[in-house]
Design a protein around this ligand. Structure first.
Ligand SMILES: [Cu+2]
Length: 140
């Protein structure tokens, strides 16, 4: 019986795991699309984005947000993510996997800087797609 159960489990889990990995994720360790950096934190001209948890909203509403969630920046302009949530960590991770912030605790900051124009959906690794947004990068 055990081999049959094992085979059934592998048959059920394999598509799910492949689906999670996502064939379109393309990590970018060379930084050709974007880089994560703390070198220019607080520099003037950055686009500031807060990671928040709105305690006023009822529990069944996705209360964790990026503010703003729709972000526009130029090539080379830092996008500075700042945690405004004293309760939980957050990240901003591109759906493509090209780059992402560190896990940010309350008042911590991290920059993403893009080298290529485009539209980049992103989400929080801690809270999944219920905490998500889009970064639009225009030419410099
Ligand atoms: Cu989050």
């Amino acid at each position: 019986m055990r081999p049959i159960i094992g085979t059934v489990l592998i048959g059920l889990l394999t598509p799910a795991l492949v689906g999670c990995a996502g064939p379109t994720r393309q990590p970018d360790p060379a930084g050709t699309v974007c880089i994560e950096s703390k070198d220019r934190l607080g520099a003037p001209g950055a686009v500031v984005v807060f990671m928040e948890n709105n305690p006023v909203l009822p529990a069944f509403v996705a209360s964790r947000i990026f503010a703003p969630g729709e972000i526009t920046a130029r090539v080379g302009q830092p996008i500075e993510f700042t945690s405004a949530d004293p309760d939980e960590q957050h990240t901003a991770e591109l759906d493509s996997g090209a780059c992402g912030t560190d896990y940010l605790s309350y008042k911590s900051r991290d920059d993403l800087v893009f080298k290529l124009p485009g539209s980049y959906p992103f989400y929080c690794l801690v809270h999944g797609t219920t905490m998500a947004g889009t970064i639009t990068i225009t030419p410099s």
